[in-house]
Design a binder for this molecule. Structure first.
Ligand code: ASP
Length: 452
């Protein structure tokens, strides 16, 4: 398949390159203003000027040439496509726990193509195993590619496919599952899996990396080793999310899949437990449990798979001056659920009241989580909250908006009946809300100063 389509070229440039039958990696000659430039055609940033063709010259420098009617492009040699030969797979030890690593894409499954300089989502779970041979000392590793996507492209359909794939593996008797995933929406996926995979018998650990696995500063190996260790040996049977505990490579922390959020754009310890504590950490090849409040690993448990998620759900963030017509627009679009990201203890402006009443009167499930992120909504304190409750708005306790949104999608994926969905929303399915408010200081630390 031509790599031109995803290479960042647009309009005149892509037309001219197609006409000359050039593909990424080919050696091309560009004639512009009487001068010839010869080199390798490389992909370009989608955010740059897509009409400027980028060529890597023999000298190693890249040059950009704007394509105009006068510019000629000729293919002078077929390039070798960027290829990655994965290292041979290490020997397996059959006496170790059996762990399957699934790849879904993202930075953890990316590498830099040093010839063209682009980061590609290009390595599979099996390549990851080859790149991190230590995994074979921890588990008997099986690998499977589920999809190869940056996580911003993952949707409810992918959650379903992933949950079904995990279920098959658990039913076939593996000791644990690891899912390599892009970090951007990794916490949405781990929350989704926590609702879709109930009564787990073994751990399911979602893991990512902030730097691709071939960079010296990569966090991929530490995170993957921690995730595989926990999947194979930890005593819990929950959906967890494994990432660096701190900026250094010392430990991997395992958060509960629906109580965790990406909090920093680039730090390796970007994930923090919110309104809850991490469940375990992996340090010096040991799994250290940080709590005794967890569901136990138990091979005799039968998995309950509930993988459907409604796509007809909207998230509306309240802000001063929000135009309530946004709510009306979603109602007209036929959504079945709206999650309001309210202010403080659970409020939106009274200017939105008519639109909210209209939505609930049409059987649309309107729920509310706080944009404060930490803490719990309490809609009984102010009259605004009480009014919203009287319109049928459902408070989402101490769930932060992303988990509340995924839960709303899941609840509406289980039933067509709004009242049934409300019952599901109010039921604690996978530890997504705590009945008891945890001590503030601990919560604000993300529970990570546990003294272990
Ligand atoms: N955008 C990437 C993704 O989420 C970033 C990452 O993997 O960390 O897939």
């Amino acid at each position: 398949m031509s790599e031109l389509e995803n290479s960042g070229y647009k309009e005149a440039a892509i037309e001219a390159l197609k006409k000359a039958e050039c593909d990424i990696g080919d050696i091309i000659k560009i004639t512009s203003k009487g001068k010839n430039y010869e080199g390798i055609l490389i992909p370009r940033s989608e955010l740059g000027d897509g009409n400027v063709v980028i060529v890597k010259m023999k000298s190693g420098y890249n040059i950009g040439i704007r394509v105009t009617a006068e510019v000629e492009i000729e293919k002078v040699g077929k390039g070798t496509k960027p290829a990655f030969a994965s290292p041979p797979l290490p020997k397996q030890n059959p006496s170790l726990p059996h762990v399957v690593i699934m790849s879904t894409g993202g930075t953890i499954a990316s590498r830099v193509d040093y010839r063209t300089g682009a980061v590609r989502s290009a390595i599979s779970a099996s390549d990851l195993h080859g790149v991190v041979p230590e995994l074979s000392d921890i588990a008997k590793v099986d690998t499977e590619i589920v999809f190869s996507l940056y996580s911003e492209n993952i949707t409810q359909k992918h959650w379903k496919e992933l949950a079904e794939t995990v279920a098959k593996r658990i039913e076939s008797g593996v000791d644990g599952v690891v899912i390599a995933h892009g970090t951007d929406t990794m916490a949405y996926t781990s929350a989704a899996l926590s609702f879709a995979l109930q009564n787990l018998s073994v751990p399911v650990i979602v893991v990512g990396a902030q730097r691709s696995s071939d960079r010296p500063s990569s966090d991929a190996a530490t995170n993957l080793i921690g995730a595989v260790k926990a999947a194979g040996e930890a005593p819990f049977a929950e959906v967890g999310l494994a990432m660096h505990e701190s900026v250094s490579d010392i430990a991997t922390i395992i958060h509960l899949g629906n109580k965790v959020r990406k909090c920093h754009t680039s730090r390796r310890d970007t994930f923090k437990s919110i309104n809850g504590f991490p469940i375990a950490k992996v340090k010096d090849e040991q799994v250290i449990m940080l709590t005794n409040q967890y569901l136990r690993r138990d091979p005799s448990k039968r998995l309950i798979l509930k993988p459907n998620f409604s796509e007809k759900v909207a998230l509306i963030k309240f802000y001063p001056g929000l135009d309530p017509a946004v709510i009306d627009w979603y109602v007209e679009k036929g959504v079945r659920g709206i999650l309001l990201e309210g202010s403080g203890l659970g409020h939106v402006s009274k200017f939105c009241f008519d639109s909210i009443k209209n939505a609930t009167s049409k059987g649309i499930l309107v729920a509310l989580a706080s944009q404060c992120i930490w803490g719990r909504v309490n809609m009984n304190v102010y009259d605004t909250g009480r009014d919203l409750l009287s319109f049928g708005v459902i408070p989402m306790d101490d769930m932060f908006p992303e988990t509340a949104l995924v839960k709303l999608m899941w609840a509406l994926g289980q039933t067509d009946d709004t009242q049934e969905a409300i019952k599901l929303l109010k039921t604690n399915i996978a530890g997504e809300f705590s009945s008891r408010t945890l001590p503030q200081e601990k919560i604000l630390e993300g529970g990570q100063k546990s003294g272990n």
